[in-house]
Write a protein that binds this ligand. Structure first.
Ligand SMILES: [Ca+2]
Ligand SMILES: [Ca+2]
Length: 150
């Protein structure tokens, strides 16, 4: 339940456009990866993929293996992004298999796999794009609002 409480504390604003940054020299379990990105500041969070544009941009990074922000720790088989949005992406064949209780999401050459949350992995974070047209949405289970970033 440790990961679920982390999920509940995830109160940051979603940005419709983000810039991904991969950290190939970082090796962390999933919860620490979430923390690592947040501690970078500037609105950084672990990379999430909530639409096809983001998915395509992510593939452009050509990363072999990395944590991204998704988990089914709260409800087995129900995958949510780190802050509650729907996960958009393609699973590897025969995944997710929850083999040995895998509740955290990794990208493996552009396809998703459920992985044990304690496994150490490289990390990819996302930063809000510095763009005056950047709208902010806050997803359920928190309040829904839209405002223009100044
Ligand atoms: Ca699972
Ligand atoms: Ca798996």
């Amino acid at each position: 339940m440790r990961i679920f409480s982390l999920f509940l504390k995830c109160l940051f604003a979603w940005h419709t456009t983000v810039v991904y940054q991969h950290y190939p020299d970082v090796s962390k379990n999933w919860a620490d990866a979430v923390k690592f990105c947040r501690e970078l500041g500037g609105g950084a969070e672990i990379a999430t993929i909530i639409d096809n544009t983001q998915f395509n941009e992510f593939l452009g990074l050509n990363i072999p293996r990395t944590w991204i922000g998704g988990t089914d720790a709260a409800s087995e088989g129900v995958w949510v992004s780190a802050c509650g949005g729907t996960i958009i992406g393609k699973w590897r064949p025969n995944q997710p298999d929850n083999s040995g209780n895998e509740d955290c999401l990794e990208m493996y050459y552009g396809l998703m796999n459920d992985q044990k949350c304690g496994h150490t992995n490289k990390v990819t974070c996302q930063f809000p794009e510095n763009n005056s047209n950047n709208y902010i949405q806050v997803f359920l289970p928190f309040t829904i609002s839209g405002e223009k970033e100044s």
